[in-house]
Design a protein around this ligand. Structure first.
Ligand code: HEC
Length: 394
């Protein structure tokens, strides 16, 4: 589909902006409430039904907050619900997915070297996988496994790993990472939409009828909301990974995802515990483990140097490779059917251009195969090696 590039650019940045605003608000409230839960303390004069209370200071004033387990005896008239942050994050995220990945699936989502999909096939896999992911996750939480926090955490972790493995074998590197983010993000938003808010409605409905609400609704809501905070930081990594070709394009990208989920989950544990004043002696181990896992993931993604043993590559040869494989998009008048403007203003018209962008070319087309996008122009491994040798000789 052809959208005017100028309008497409505006639409893209506005939706992206909205997505960031909604996402930041959602993460903010989600982290705030979990930190609040962790900081609750028992007090002598707590009214009936209150499980704990906390004192906080912010913005020039003191706050005294009490948590009622399941519900207070009477429903307050002006109750504040937190749900639109989550819904809008998902909605803007999905619109962005359409604008960025579905409308130009051939360049961003499909990589013929991974799997030769048509645009329609790729989009169908994308939508179906997001739905299926939610149903499997929800079934796990409702099954007997859901009664055991450890087993449930392990099962959800394996589910995310399987998704990462699957996506990295059907989509481009960046397409796979964004999909792991969308897969988990969909679970999180659906938790709010299909579980947390309906359960809160059941609680308020029974209060309005003068009944005592079943505490199981509160407990289930709490379980899902805790999952959401553990998944937030890994999702943020996935969502911002698109421009890091050496990471998303790595052959074992699914293992990278596995390590990032652990690092992000531990990060959430440490940040919130630290925020509520827990002792470093108790939580400091998480920082050490994060450090080790980070070292592991950095080592895992170390780019392999391409060995080239042929004759010296001339300037003309290097330019020729780039002009045939890259200039269909990276030129003043692109001939590609989707890309109509030189991406990021990068054009390869002369040897000087090649020298200017040598580092970026190496990252995108030699150490990784992020470019040509989707390998649309069928660049060969030998050409990558030659280009690498030419850059090394500069
Ligand atoms: C099918 C079109 C297409 C082809 C062919 C193509 N590119 Fe790109 N390139 C793009 C697009 C689109 C972007 C912008 C990506 C984005 O915004 O995420 C881009 C971005 C880049 C960037 C900047 C990357 C960054 O994230 O900063 C470099 C460098 C680059 N391309 C190099 C190359 C090289 C070298 C080749 C040939 C080996 C090539 N490209 C072939 C479409 C293409």
């Amino acid at each position: 589909m052809n959208v005017d590039p100028f309008l497409a650019e505006w639409l893209n940045i506005l939706v992206r902006w909205g997505h960031l605003v909604a996402g930041i608000s959602w993460i903010g409230t989600s982290f705030y409430f979990v930190a609040l839960d962790l900081s609750l303390r028992k007090a002598a004069d707590m009214p009936l039904g209150v499980a704990g209370e906390a004192w906080e200071v912010h913005g020039g004033g003191f706050y005294h907050v009490r948590k009622y387990l399941s519900a207070p005896a009477q429903l307050p008239p002006d109750l504040i619900w937190f749900k639109w942050e989550a819904y809008l994050t998902w909605i803007t995220g999905f619109v962005l997915m359409i604008l960025q990945y579905y409308l130009a699936a051939d360049v961003y989502l499909v990589d013929a070297n991974v799997l030769a999909l048509s645009n329609v096939q790729a989009i169908c896999i994308s939508v179906a996988s997001l739905l299926v992911g939610w149903f499997i996750y929800d079934a796990l939480c409702r099954s007997p496994i859901g009664q055991h926090t450890g087993w449930l955490a392990f099962s959800v972790y394996v589910l995310i790993l399987l998704a990462a493995y699957g996506y990295s074998h059907v989509f481009s590197g960046r397409g796979a990472f964004i999909h792991v983010g969308a897969f988990v993000g969909t679970m999180m938003a659906a938790n709010v939409f299909a579980i947390i808010i309906p359960n809160q409605r059941k609680i308020t409905a029974s209060l309005l009828k003068g009944e005592t609400p079943d505490p199981k609704y509160g407990k289930i809501g709490k379980q899902r909301s805790t999952h959401n905070t553990f998944l937030t930081l890994p999702v943020l990594f996935m969502m911002t990974s698109n421009h890091y070709a050496l990471i998303t394009g790595h052959p074992q990208a699914w293992a990278v995802v596995g390590l990032i989920v652990l690092i992000g989950g531990l990060g959430r544990y440490f940040l919130l515990r630290h925020e509520v004043g827990d002792d470093m002696a108790e939580i400091g181990w998480a920082v050490a483990v994060i450090g080790m896992l980070l070292a592991g993931v950095v080592m895992l993604t170390q780019p392999k140097t391409v060995a080239y043993t042929g004759a010296k590559v001339t300037d003309a040869e290097a330019l020729n490779i780039v002009q045939t494989r890259c200039a269909t998009c990276h030129s003043a008048a692109p001939t590609d059917d989707t890309i109509k403007q030189a991406p990021k203003g990068i054009m390869f018209a002369s040897v000087d251009d090649l020298k200017k962008y040598a580092k970026q070319i190496e990252t995108q087309a030699v150490s990784s195969s992020a470019m040509p996008l989707g390998n649309k122009t069928h660049m060969t491994p030998e050409e990558r090696a030659k280009l690498g040798a030419w850059i090394a000789a500069q």
